[in-house]
Design a protein around this ligand. Structure first.
Ligand SMILES: [Zn+2]
Length: 188
């Protein structure tokens, strides 16, 4: 994983420099915005250069959110109003998932309180697969696949849902699955 992340970082830096990108923090679409319910279109290889700014904006917007909320591991393009199948993750380093598809899911599942940059004050109890495999293209249009487990697996399931217009609130396990973060002392 660390080797791949390093490679992606170098690749992303090159990609951005080559295309002279101006950085920008974008407004994050919030719960209720109809743009969050769109099914995103696949990215074509010819579109890669045109998406340079989107990748940088996703990075800047994620970092800005993290600075303000102390959380945020990944962001999907539709959350900044770009209806393309693109996810930007930054944990130990940046990883760009183009046209990600989860093609293998474990039978084992578990429940967790999920959150989202599109509803930063709300927690939703959802059920996710404990592990999964995601296949995707990187910025060099290379086919990649990653086996993920636990927190990374649920993160990618959350992000790939965004690309289909599905929010975590639509995955709530029952009618008591919603809580404000400020009330966490009562339900955790
Ligand atoms: Zn989200």
């Amino acid at each position: 994983m660390s080797i791949r992340l390093y490679f992606d970082f170098r690749q992303i830096q090159y990609f951005l420099r080559r295309n002279y990108v101006v950085m920008a923090v974008r407004d994050i679409l919030l719960l209720g915005n109809s743009g969050l319910y769109e099914v995103c279109l696949p990215v074509a290889q010819e579109e890669l250069a045109g998406l340079t700014g989107t990748v940088e904006d996703l990075h800047d917007t994620l970092m800005d959110f993290r600075a303000r909320y102390g959380a945020g591991r990944a962001i999907a393009a539709p959350q900044i109003g770009v209806t393309k199948r693109l996810v930007y993750m930054n944990i130990d380093g940046p990883v760009v998932f183009i046209n990600p598809v989860i093609d293998v899911k474990s039978a084992k599942t578990y429940e967790l309180w999920d959150d989202c940059m599109s509803f930063p004050d709300l927690l939703v109890k959802v059920r996710r697969h404990s592990s999964c495999r995601v296949i995707y293209r990187d910025l060099g249009w290379k086919k990649c696949s990653l086996m993920l487990s636990d927190s990374l697996a649920e993160l990618l399931q959350h992000e790939c849902d965004h690309l289909d217009g599905i929010l975590a609130v639509a995955r709530a396990v029952d009618s008591r699955a919603f809580a404000l973060k400020s009330q966490s002392a009562f339900f955790k």
